[in-house]
Design a protein around this ligand. Structure first.
Ligand code: FAD
Ligand code: EPU
Length: 346
């Protein structure tokens, strides 16, 4: 197959890489999505549904159809104690957070300014500043693209974990998230456990203040994808054993690590990368961000392969120094679709 009418994905992916794709189409309803998907499959085209393109790295041109998700809706209902938010998967996550706060519905403020669509939020159980999607999730509606059957999954069925869910496993291939239900308590309590928020006073702080603070912190730490292409954290923070944590701590007493509720320890991948002297390190057009080593950037017309090789180098260096294998958070897309086993890529 070759490309007749090359279209660039540059404006639809936050890495801003000039990936070429055979066809791009957007859908506004679940019906349109199903029809288009079926048509592509009949034609034998690979299909990929994209939200904001903020968690994908295209390694090469894509020989198929990209469907842009514009399935938008918002229905808010309430009980005496809770708000119920039913929202289309094509809505923008940050706009939703902003809209709810403006309408005095609180509980999402810690997750302000996370790019991308509502529909992608459950997939990696997005999280930031002491909160995760699972904490506010009521249900997730999916469609099976093989037959059009729809299913509503409750929180337990979603099997949420750190940057993980059933949508990365059992419901990864040939399923689409079409809408999401959130449940927010009317009796709001601030979440100020994250290091950067600990100085706040529980009784005085408002949801709007937290929203503003989070936006400010994020703008100071993370590069704006409109200016510098990136996909947020490239790797996950590794979960390590107590023994490894103790070993690292004995050599590096200042190493930032966090005890998880299940007793395991999460260590900061950004810190591990920084210890390998890789901040600002460049490969081709790709670079390690100078302020946040966990973020790889499109520094100068990077290709997907530049970013990939840089990530490989980082992974090798961290493993050599700490005997820790970094796992990528970003999803890799090849010629015909997602490359499932990251080990074959990284
Ligand atoms: P896309 O990149 O469009 O898609 C990601 C994957 O999900 C693809 O494989 C795609 O095919 C699939 N997919 C998308 N929509 C659907 C759907 N409806 N049904 C089925 N499959 C679908 N993440 C965090 O958790 N916390 C953060 O703090 C955070 N900060 C970030 C900061 C920056 C600057 C950037 C660029 C990214 C950040 N991210 C963060 C990562 C990213 O924002 C999230 O992973 C987000 O949920 C991705 O949404 P998206 O719509 O852009 O997904
Ligand atoms: N650190 C360094 N050097 C660096 C980066 C970080 O030493 O270059 C250390 C610092 O000590 C810092 C600590 O790591 O205090 C934590 O850094 P930060 O608060 O920036 O958070 P993170 O662990 O690097 C995670 C998420 C982010 C999320 C923030 C805030 C992952 C993989 N990343 O980053 O999510 O916004 O916490 O909660 O869990 C994303 O997933 O794309 C993402 C941006």
């Amino acid at each position: 197959m070759y490309f007749n009418n090359y279209e660039t994905l540059k404006n639809y992916i936050t890495f801003n890489i000039d990936t070429k794709v055979k066809r791009i189409c957007s859908v506004k309803s679940v019906e349109e999505l199903f029809i288009l998907w079926k048509y592509a499959k009949l034609k034998g085209w690979p299909v990929l549904l994209l939200g904001g393109g903020s968690n994908v790295l295209f390694i090469s041109n894509f020989y198929g159809l990209i469907i842009l998700n514009k399935i938008r809706s918002l229905i808010i209902t309430e009980s005496s104690k809770e708000w119920f938010i039913h929202v289309g998967s094509g809505n923008n996550w940050h706009q939703l957070v902003k809209y709810l706060i403006k309408n005095d519905i609180y509980g999402l403020e810690n997750m302000a300014l996370i790019p991308g669509s509502v529909g992608a939020a459950p997939i990696q159980n997005i999280g930031a500043y002491g909160m995760e999607f699972k904490d506010v999730c009521h249900y997730v509606n999916i469609i099976d693209m093989n037959n059009g059957n729809k299913r509503c999954l409750d929180v337990t069925e979603c099997q949420f974990g750190y940057r993980d869910s059933v949508f990365k496993n059992k419901y990864r291939q040939n399923f689409a998230i079409i809408s999401v239900g959130l449940k927010l308590k009317k009796l709001w309590k601030p979440v100020i456990t994250y290091t950067d928020l600990k100085y706040l006073i529980e009784k005085k702080v408002t949801a709007k203040t937290i929203f503003d603070i989070i936006c400010k912190i994020r703008k100071s730490k993370l590069p704006d994808p409109c200016l510098i292409g990136n996909a947020g954290s490239f790797f996950k923070n590794p979960i390590i054993s107590n023994t490894t944590a103790k070993k690292i701590k004995s050599i590096y007493p200042l190493c930032p690590k966090y005890l998880q509720v299940d007793g395991t320890i999460k260590i900061s991948a950004g810190w591990l990368i920084e210890q390998c002297n890789l901040k600002g390190y460049k490969y081709g057009g790709a670079a390690v961000h100078i302020n946040q080593a966990l973020v790889l950037i499109n520094n100068n017309n990077a290709t997907g392969k530049d970013i990939l090789y840089l990530a490989r180098y980082i992974k090798k260096k961290v493993n050599e120094k700490f005997k820790i294998i970094l796992e990528s958070e970003v999803r890799f897309i090849g010629k015909y679709g997602e490359i499932n086993s990251i080990n074959s890529v990284l």
